[in-house]
Design a protein around this ligand. Sequence first.
Ligand SMILES: [Zn+2]
Length: 182
Amino acid sequence: MGDTFQTIVDRDAAPQDARRLARSVVDLWVAEGIVLADAEAGWGLGELPAHPPGPRWHKAVDDAYGGAPEGVVVHSERRVFHSTFLAREPSTSCPRCAAVAADPLLISEAVERWHRTGEAEFRCHACGEAFPLPAWNWSEDHLALACLGFQFWNWPRLSEAFRARTAELLSGHRIAFLAGKV
Ligand SMILES: [Zn+2]
């Protein structure tokens, strides 16, 4: 069986804004009945507190039939978010010229450094410019390096409308949507 997750990530939330933005999103979901206000352990994977589904959780999904969602974990600290449903070999492309990064090993070293320190640049082999790692574009959203993400455990597929409503609250930031299974 395993557990599935869907993560809505704000790629552009600054570290100092992440908690405030997280609260504004959760407040809206609580008002809509999507989740409950108080996060508790036992509703997500592991011991991280998660917001249990609210009385109208089905408003967030296309097809609620047979769904038995668990909690929503809110991450508001630096994190490497990932997905596992990939159609092709994952790749990373330059934010300026879209050239695909030449060396995946170098990239993974930089990802590790970013996770540790919050700072890592990667130089494009094609246009020669160096960009902070979170600016790079990851194929099929297979990675997102960010400070804000909402992870839904074992929910039916979140609807486009729900994801769009959430994105509106995040003031024009780039949004990644990462799904997977553990
Ligand atoms: Zn480039």
